[in-house]
Each structure stands twice: as structure tokens, then as C-alpha cells.
Design a protein around this ligand. Structure first.
Ligand SMILES: Cc1cc2nc3c(=O)[nH]c(=O)nc-3n(C[C@H](O)[C@H](O)[C@H](O)COP(=O)(O)O)c2cc1C
Ligand SMILES: Nc1ncnc2c1ncn2[C@@H]1O[C@H](COP(=O)(O)OP(=O)(O)OP(=O)(O)O)[C@@H](O)[C@H]1O
Length: 297
């Protein structure tokens, strides 16, 4: 996949099938659009995703995660366009003529019904339809995908994530919400509790569900292991400054330091809290393990 990032001086040489938007999460609705443009590869067009880069906002998917998914799905080119004045204030018609038609050789566009762009968000699918002939492309307008009678959007998924509704989040995304990172050294207290764990720190900017204990499946290379994960600051042993993701894998005892692992989140059990003693914490975690094993049964 060709990646164009950090510049507004982008251009393609070949004809393209494109979809544009924020695409945070690459959820089920986004996937409808991605599938439309991938289908156009059969007609010799390059599948192109155009996103604006808004800087350091908390996201469902980190920049690298979004790149990896689009690459895996077969997208040919990803443009991460910096959100700068000159582009933000461009009249919608000029954006279509100058950027889409001239610079990106767009022959096909797939957009949702609520897609807006250009100065004062005046650009819409109606405008794109009106300019089809002049610019030599075809627009396809896709109805918003729904789940449980409600439209799927990044905003809705963020709201559910903030409440720890991970099963629903996974349904809306169409894949499992996950956190990836390198296994770091904890304080090794876990081991003395008879509870070896993997500690990792999510990349800055990654949105996380509330602090607490979740049922998780962890991918290590090509293997998957069930377990339970605590997100939080470990207040009982002297709060860590950054929110960590710490997992006890049920049936694995292996040195994992330095490995890059991916933790997939399922059910939420309980919030993180400060216990009176290490013994009380240990007793509670033993309960958590029973809950977690039962969850996956
Ligand atoms: C399933 C699970 C639940 C946990 N729940 C809490 C909790 O509620 N409160 C807390 O202070 N720490 C909690 N912890 C973190 C423990 O404090 C931590 O595992 C222990 O101190 C070992 O830390 P270390 O890996 O840095 O040695 C939890 C850890 C796990 C794996
Ligand atoms: N549920 C959906 N079904 C089909 N298309 C969608 C859906 N949600 C968004 N789209 C389309 O995907 C493109 C990118 O959408 P974008 O990421 O900007 O919207 P969003 O997911 O609704 O996010 P937000 O909640 O932040 O507005 C747009 O063309 C948009 O109309």
C-alpha cells in the first residue's frame, strides 16, 4: 500500500476509486465504503482512501493500526492529509475539480449520505452528483449502516467504549477492539502473588474503555490465549502514572518480555479499585479468574 502522509502535495498517476472521511475505527459502515472501492479494482482502478489528519485526538484506532488494517484489506493507497487552512477553506467545487479530478484522477467515489466537505462543509453527495459529468467520475451514495435500529458512527462507538460495552463495540466495529504493545517489565509483584502478568502501555492517543477488569483474548505471534485484563493505575501497589493494560493469561507460563502482543477485549467484569492489602487484592483476582474462565465457557 502506498502511504502519503504529512504533505498536501499529493498526486496519483493512475485512475482511482476513492472514499473520503475521518475513518476513525474503520467500523462496519466504513467497511461498506471500503468494499465498494475495492470492488473497482476489478475495473483497473486503484483503491484510494483519503483521510484528514486532525493531529493528536484520542482515536479508536491509532494511525499505525488504521494503516495496517487498510493494507490488509487490499487498499492501494492511503492519503493522510494534514488538516490545514488552505485545504479546510477551499470551496467544495474547487476541491472536487482541483484535488479529486485533476490531482487524484478520481473515476469513482463511494460516500455515505451524511458526507460533507469543503468550506463551511458545503460539499455534499448532491454536489458530487451534480459534478459527475463535468469531472468524469461516478458517485455512489451508500445508506448509513445501522445496528439495533441506530446508525453506526465513530461517535456512537466512542460513547459505548467509554461505558465499557465491549461486546457492542466489537459488533459495531465488525472486528474486536484491541490494544497492541510490547510486553514491559512490571514491578514483579504479580509473580510473588502467584500471578505472572503481561504489562503493556497503549500508544498515546489510543482511546480505552474504563479502568477495570475484562475478559480478553491475547494474540502472541500466531497463538491466541484467553485471560483477564486489568486496565488502570494499580492503586493498591502505589499508583502508576500512566494507564496500563495488564493481563493474566490462564494457561501460559512463558517469558514474554519484549514480545509484541495484541489484547482483544470482550466482557467487562468490575471497576479497578484500591484494596486494603495485597492479600485482599489477591483474593479478589482469584475471583476474577473464576469469572473469566466462566465467561469463555
Ligand atoms: C485481573 C487483574 C485485576 C486487577 N485488579 C486490580 C485492582 O482492582 N486494583 C489494583 O490496585 N490493582 C489491580 N490489579 C493490578 C495488581 O496490583 C498488579 O497485578 C500487581 O500489583 C502486580 O503488578 P506488577 O506486574 O507491576 O508486578 C489487577 C491485576 C490483574 C491482572
Ligand atoms: N454507518 C455508516 N454506513 C455507511 N457509511 C458510513 C457510515 N458511517 C459513516 N459512513 C461514511 O463513511 C465516510 C467517512 O465517515 P466518517 O468517519 O467521517 O463518519 P462517522 O463514522 O459517522 O464519524 P463521526 O461519528 O465522527 O461523524 C463518509 O462518507 C460517511 O458518510
Amino acid at each position: 500500500m502506498r502511504l502519503i502522509t504529512g504533505t498536501t502535495e499529493f498526486e496519483t498517476t493512475e485512475a482511482t476509486a476513492i472514499s473520503l472521511g475521518k475513518f476513525d475505527g474503520l467500523h462496519m459502515g466504513h467497511q461498506l465504503l471500503v468494499n465498494r472501492i475495492l470492488k473497482k479494482k476489478e475495473e483497473g482502478l486503484k483503491a484510494l482512501i483519503f483521510t484528514f489528519d486532525f493531529g493528536d485526538r484520542p482515536m479508536l484506532l491509532l494511525t499505525e493500526e488504521r494503516r495496517a488494517l487498510l493494507k490488509k484489506w487490499g487498499v492501494d493507497c492511503l492519503i493522510e492529509c494534514p488538516f490545514v487552512e488552505s485545504l479546510a477553506h477551499m470551496e467544495a467545487e474547487d476541491f472536487v475539480r482541483e484535488i479529486l479530478a485533476k490531482r487524484l484522477h478520481v473515476k469513482y467515489l463511494a460516500v455515505g449520505t451524511d458526507f460533507h466537505f469543503g468550506h463551511n462543509r458545503k460539499g455534499s453527495y448532491q454536489l458530487l452528483e451534480a459534478m459527475q459529468e463535468e469531472c468524469g467520475f461516478k458517485v455512489e451514495v451508500v445508506e448509513k449502516a445501522c445496528y439495533d435500529g441506530e446508525e453506526i458512527s465513530s461517535t456512537r462507538i466512542r460513547r459505548e467504549l467509554e461505558q465499557g460495552h465491549m461486546e457492542l463495540v466489537n459488533q459495531l466495529l465488525g472486528y474486536n477492539f484491541s490494544v497492541t504493545g510490547e510486553v514491559l517489565h512490571g514491578r514483579q509483584i504479580g509473580r510473588t502473588l502467584g500471578l505472572p502478568t503481561t504489562n503493556l502501555l497503549p500508544g498515546p492517543g489510543k482511546l480505552l474503555p474504563p479502568n477495570g477488569v475484562y475478559a480478553t483474548r491475547t494474540r502472541i505471534a500466531d497463538e491466541i490465549f484467553e485471560g483477564i485484563t486489568n486496565i488502570g493505575h494499580k492503586p493498591t501497589v502505589g499508583a502508576e502514572p500512566r494507564r496500563g493494560v495488564e493481563t493474566f493469561l490462564f494457561d501460559l507460563d512463558r517469558n514474554l518480555y519484549g514480545d509484541v502482543i495484541t489484547v482483544n477485549f470482550y466482557g467487562f467484569e468490575r471497576p479497578e479499585r484500591k484494596f486494603e492489602s495485597l492479600e485482599a487484592l489477591k483474593a479478589r483476582i482469584e475471583q476474577d479468574v473464576i469469572w473469566g474462565r466462566e465467561y469463555f465457557r
